[in-house]
Design a protein around this ligand. Structure first.
Ligand code: 5GP
Ligand code: MN
Length: 339
């Protein structure tokens, strides 16, 4: 459903609004949330952004960051009260309530109107209003289009624009993935027109590593990268001790999987990380091989065709062994694109 009039009606009078996004928010999750929050505040709503967990420091420059409530670090009762009292609950950049941990059930039972804005495949049907589109490059693109459809694009100022730019830039892999449509470039043209400093945002996100993070990257590429040419697959497995040795912070492993995918001929890449409570996996592919389906089927996850995540409750070694053992059955699909 994509009825903009229903949203116009819902947001006609000032309301108590809550916005949430997925576990370990990335730039699209946080940027789309804070961009939407900025717009709704300008319209006179009372807006609270709640994330299920913490997120990388390289996102803390976003306008509205200081008011974000991190569920895993705050008072349960406070968050439950906000969820219960919210008249409108926006769910951004995730398609299933299980992606927001314990918060998911509270939101399922909340009485406020639930609005989903997302671009993942196979969304769960939990929202009252759904503005999802799985062919969108980023949730931030959908938020931009939504504000435009509301007839209020002129309310997008540089603070809101910077948040939305960050989401679109990162989810398109800096405008190189096939999802980078004409609409994406037209939005960016609009954002440049209002004065968003795009190169500064790129630096804030990609050129803010600690020395240790860069040395960790070197270690992972030199000692942990495994290449299975037979399956055009490469992966990196990281232990909990590795993370500790390099004092790894939230976000420090983001992007690692892209290095594995950057090897010539590789079409499938994974980064498998022991996060102690569970082993988390990031999958990426180029071409037709669907990591969404692979992750859904074997690792309790999902996402997009070429970028997905999953998890395992087995040990790191057992998870790696399982991953390796699955490759032969996908040999026919793990082929290099024709051009
Ligand atoms: P990343 O590898 O960057 O964590 O995630 C890649 C994509 O897959 C993102 O769009 C993310 O939202 C999605 N994703 C990551 N982990 C999971 C998961 O455990 N379940 C589902 N359904 N999607 C995930
Ligand atoms: Mn996204």
């Amino acid at each position: 459903m994509h009825d903009i009039n229903a949203l116009k009606e819902l947001l006609k009078e000032p309301k108590e609004v809550m916005i949430t996004t997925h576990h370990k928010p990335d730039a699209d999750a946080l940027g789309s949330s804070l961009g939407l929050a900025g717009y709704l505040k300008k319209k006179g709503h009372r807006v609270t952004v709640i994330t299920p967990s913490d997120y990388p420091n390289f996102l803390s420059w976003m306008s509205g960051n200081n008011d974000v409530i991190v569920y895993s670090e705050s008072n349960d009762a406070l968050v439950h009260r906000i969820i219960q009292e919210s008249q409108v609950i926006f769910c951004l950049d995730f398609s299933a309530l299980s992606r927001i941990n314990e918060m998911g059930e509270y939101i399922r039972q909340a009485k406020g109107t639930k609005v989903l804005i997302d671009h993942h495949l196979e969304p769960e049907n939990f929202a009252d209003l759904d503005y999802s589109n799985s062919s969108a490059a980023a949730t931030a693109e959908l938020v931009y289009d939504l504000i435009k459809d509301m007839g209020e694009a002129d309310m997008i100022d540089t603070s809101i624009g910077e948040c939305l730019y960050a989401g679109i830039m990162t989810d398109t892999g800096s405008f190189r993935h096939p999802s980078t449509s004409k609409n994406v470039h037209l939005i960016i043209a609009d954002l440049l027109h209002i004065g968003v400093n795009t190169s500064n945002i790129h630096r804030l996100i990609y050129d803010s590593s600690s020395e240790l993070r860069l040395r960790f990257l070197g270690y992972a590429l030199k000692d942990k990268l495994v290449v299975r040419h037979e399956y055009n697959t490469a992966y990196i497995a990281i232990s909990a001790d590795d993370l500790k040795a390099y004092d790894s912070k939230t976000g420090d492993t983001e992007g690692l999987v892209n290095f594995a995918l950057s090897i010539e001929g590789i079409v499938f890449a994974a980064v498998i990380i022991d996060r102690v409570q569970a082993v988390k996996i990031s999958f990426r592919s180029v071409g037709d091989f669907s990591v969404n389906e692979f992750s859904r089927k074997h690792f309790n996850g999902g996402g997009h065709r070429n970028a997905a995540g999953g998890m395992s409750l087995e040990s790191l070694d057992a998870t790696v062994a399982k991953f390796e053992s699955l490759l032969p059955q996908y040999k026919d699909q793990l082929v290099k694109p024709v051009n």
